[in-house]
Design a protein around this ligand. Sequence first.
Ligand SMILES: [Fe+2]
Ligand SMILES: [Fe+2]
Length: 239
Amino acid sequence: MLTPVHRWIWSDTDRRVQKLLRFSETETDGGRDILRAAEVTSDPLLRRLYLEHAIDEFRHGVLFRHRAATLLKVSPCRSNPGFQGDWLTSGGHGLDDLQVDGESDSDMLAFLHLSEKSAASRFTVYRDVMQHDPPTRAVFEEILHDENFHMNYTLTQLARVEPKRHKRHLWRARFSRLWKTYLRLATGIAGILGSLLLTIQYFVLLPPFAWLAKRAARREPSGWTIVAAGTSQSLDRQY
Ligand SMILES: [Fe+2]
Ligand SMILES: [Fe+2]
């Protein structure tokens, strides 16, 4: 449904550069968190998979950054690229919400599975709207392949770690993501409404005050004013 909006957002080169750089940060941060997950898990198989996963995410970060750098060389960025629509076109993962310490293996796997699923679906859309930029499309295509693998291994491992209750973990993680999505959308909408209301206030409420102030200023006598004798006292105290 939002494909035309995504196409418009990605059509601008400056915006594309900014987004690729931001995606690169998200992937690298996600890789760092998964590396931490590899340190804290007591499951040897998960540790090995997490390490491979973290290496993939770091590589994605490098791929996005290199593509952004190439685009920048071709067309240097404006200082202000304008509307970014970040709340609409997030990095996909939601890995920035990851809290590694204190999470059980099953909660971590449920969270990772949903994050990777979301990344895979987002990157599919971004790849599909990128017909005008084949090299960037190829980057999304390559990363998408890894995200699909991440999505599948996390689900398989969740079913191994929690054979009976893995669906419950998935639902809990789903509700948590839904709440965070609501907060992100609400923040975006609140920002737009706030700007709108302040603009209306500026043009509707301020003019009467400005007019009253100007009228009061016109009534003020200009220059020195003679004070009637007897109304002023000598300046022998502060007040
Ligand atoms: Fe990734
Ligand atoms: Fe991933």
